[in-house]
Design a protein around this ligand. Structure first.
Ligand code: TNX
Length: 502
C-alpha cells in the first residue's frame, strides 16, 4: 500500500490497514481552538466542507506538554477518529498542516487515510527570506508568504529590509530614512516602506503562524540608500571595473551621490567606518528594531562589502555585532563577517556559498562555529529561490550556477556542505528570495514553489540516508501530490516538468 504524501517528509509514517476516516459537514472538530480554526480553514478551502464544533470528537486537536520535543506532533487516524497531539502549540499547528496534506478524495467523498505519523524537526531554525528592498512587497503579500511558508513548517521569516535601492522600515529615531530613501526600487519603480504599525502587523501575523521575524539591516555595504537620508554617514560610491561590467550586462546607470540607485550591481557603497556618528546610527537603528522585534535575532548583513577594506570591515563587524549583543539580541550576519576578529561570539553566520564551498567561504563560515555559535545554511546554488528555473519563465538570475532545477534544490545534505560542520554546528536552513527581477506576489509564488518545499525538507526532515523518504524520487512524487492543495490555497506554483503533478 502506498504511503500518503507529506512534505516535508515526517520522521515516521505508517499506513493503517483499515478504512479511511470520512470527512463530512457533520464531522466535529474539538480541542484547541486556534488549531481548530486553522484546520477548518484548510478543510474548507480544499473540500468546501465546513467542519462542525460542539459535542463529539471525530477530530481531536490537543497539546500534551509531555508528548515530545519542541514543535513535535503525532497523528493517529483511523475510520473512527483522527487525533492530533502536539508537544506544544507549534507542534499542534504543524500536525494540522500535515493533516491538511493528508486530505484525499475517493469515489464516495473526502477522506483522511488511516495512518500513524510521528514527527519532529531536525533543525530548530527553518527560514525563508524575502528581499523587500530591491522591490517593495506590501503587507498583504508578506502575509500570504507567511501562510505559504508556515504550511511547510518554516518558522522564521527573514526580511531583507534595506539595500542600495531603498530603505523599507520606518524608524522614529531616524525618520529621514523612509522620508528620503524609500521612494524607488530596481528599474525605477515606485518603492514603498512599512510603517511601524505595518511591521507590528507582520510580526503579529507571523507569530500566529508560529514564525518569528528576523529583520535585516544590511551594513556596512549595500547602504547607498542611507546616504540619501544621511549623506554624512556614507562614503561616495566606489565603482570598480567589475561593477562597470555588471552594469553593462544588466543595464542601469552608475550610482551617483545624492541620487536614488535603481540598478542591480552590488558592492559600491559603504558606511564611514571611522566616524563615531556611524555607530550612533547603528545603535539607533538596532535599538529601535530590537524593541519592535520579539524574536531573538537581529541581522546586520555584512555581505559583499566590496568597497570596504578587510581591516575596516572587521572594525565595523566588531562594533555592529557588539551593539546588537548589548541589546540582548543574537546578531546574525552573512558568512563574510566570520573573517572579522572581534565579532561578538554569539553571532550566527548565514552561509550563502555554494554546495561545494569556494574562495574561503567555508573558512569564514567555520569561524562562527569556532566562536561557539552556529550556522544557518543557504547554499546559493541549491536554495536561492531567485535563480531561474531551467523550464520556467524569464524571471530570475543565474549567477549561482543557475538555472536551478527542482532536483538541484532538493539534492543536498546540510551536514555535507561546510566540511567539518555537522548538525551540532547547524542552527538551520533558510531559502532566500532576492527580488531584483521579482515584482509581484505571483512572481514570488512562481519562484518559491515548488523549490521552497525542497528547502523545507532539508530543514525539517531526517538526514539523507536516515529515512527512505529522503530521496529525489520520493520527493518529486510527494510534491506532485500537493498540487491540488496548493491550488486550493491560491499558490501559483511553477508547474515544473520535473514534477508529476496530481
Ligand atoms: C547576492 S547573497 C547577494 C544579494 C543579491 C543576490 C542575488 C547575498 C548575501 N548577497 O545582494 O540580491 O546575490 O541573487
Amino acid at each position: 500500500m502506498s504511503l500518503p504524501a507529506v512534505v516535508p517528509a515526517p520522521v515516521s509514517i505508517e499506513a493503517g490497514s483499515g478504512a479511511p476516516f470520512r470527512l463530512s459537514s457533520d464531522t466535529v472538530v474539538n480541542g484547541d481552538t486556534d488549531a481548530a480554526t486553522a484546520l477548518s480553514a484548510i478543510v474548507e478551502a480544499r473540500t468546501g466542507l465546513t467542519l462542525a464544533t460542539g459535542e463529539g470528537r471525530d477530530i481531536e486537536l490537543r497539546v500534551d506538554a509531555g508528548a515530545g520535543a519542541a514543535e513535535s506532533y503525532r497523528i493517529a487516524a483511523d475510520e473512527a477518529s483522527v487525533v492530533v497531539t502536539g508537544a506544544d502549540a507549534a507542534g499542534l499547528f504543524y500536525g494540522v498542516q500535515t493533516l491538511g496534506q493528508l486530505i484525499a478524495r475517493d469515489g464516495y467523498g473526502w477522506t483522511i487515510p488511516a495512518v500513524t505519523i510521528e514527527d519532529a524537526p531536525r533543525f530548530a531554525y527553518r527560514g525563508v527570506m524575502l528581499d523587500v528592498a530591491r522591490h517593495f512587497h506590501p503587507v498583504e503579500t508578506v502575509i500570504g508568504y507567511i501562510d505559504r511558508a508556515a504550511s511547510l513548517k518554516f518558522n522564521a521569516l527573514h526580511l531583507h529590509l534595506t539595500d542600495d535601492q531603498g530603505w523599507r522600515i520606518q524608524l522614529h529615531s531616524r525618520p529621514e530614512l523612509t522620508e528620503k530613501a524609500s521612494g524607488t526600487s530596481v528599474g525605477g519603480g515606485p518603492g514603498g516602506f512599512y510603517t511601524k504599525a505595518d511591521y507590528r502587523a507582520i510580526v503579529q501575523y507571523a507569530a500566529s503562524r508560529h514564525m518569528i521575524v528576523v529583520p535585516e539591516i544590511d551594513m556596512p555595504g549595500h547602504t547607498h540608500a542611507v546616504g540619501l537620508a544621511y549623506p554624512e554617514l556614507a562614503e561616495d560610491p566606489s565603482i570598480s571595473d567589475h561593477m562597470r561590467e555588471i552594469i553593462r550586462d544588466y543595464g542601469g546607470e552608475e550610482p551617483r551621490v545624492g541620487a536614488p540607485y535603481d540598478g542591480m550591481a552590488v558592492g559600491f557603497s559603504s558606511l564611514k567606518i571611522h566616524d563615531e556618528a556611524t555607530y550612533d546610527f547603528v545603535a539607533d537603528v538596532f535599538g529601535e528594531l530590537a524593541a519592535m522585534t520579539p524574536g531573538p535575532y537581529l541581522h546586520f548583513g555584512g555581505d559583499e562589502s566590496l568597497s570596504t577594506s578587510d581591516e575596516d570591515f572587521a572594525v565595523f563587524v566588531a562594533r555592529a555585532s557588539g551593539i546588537i549583543a548589548d541589546l540582548g539580541k543574537t546578531p546574525v550576519a552573512w558568512h563574510e563577517a566570520g573573517a572579522a576578529a572581534g565579532i561578538a561570539d554569539t553571532t550566527i553566520g548565514q552561509y550563502w556559498g555554494f554546495l561545494t564551498p569556494q574562495e574561503g567561504a567555508a573558512e569564514k563560515a567555520t569561524a562562527f562555529v569556532d566562536n561557539g555559535a552556529r550556522l544557518i545554511l543557504s547554499p546559493a546554488d541549491a536554495i536561492y529561490l531567485d535563480m531561474k528555473y531551467p523550464d520556467g519563465p524569464e524571471l530570475g538570475l543565474t549567477w549561482a550556477n543557475g538555472p536551478t532545477s527542482v532536483q538541484r534544490a532538493y539534492s543536498w545534505e546540510p551536514s555535507l556542505v561546510v566540511p567539518g560542520i555537522d548538525d551540532s554546528g547547524i542552527l538551520g536552513v533558510e531559502a532566500p528570495l532576492w527580488t531584483e527581477t521579482i515584482r509581484t506576489a505571483a512572481d514570488i509564488d512562481t519562484m518559491a514553489f515548488p523549490r521552497a518545499a525542497a528547502a523545507a525538507e532539508a530543514g525539517w526532515s531526517p538526514a539523507t540516508g536516515a529515512s527512505a523518504l529522503r530521496t529525489w524520487a520520493s520527493f518529486r512524487e510527494r510534491v506532485g501530490a500537493l498540487g491540488p492543495l496548493w491550488k486550493s490555497m491560491g499558490i501559483g506554483f511553477h508547474p515544473s516538468d520535473e514534477i508529476p503533478w496530481a
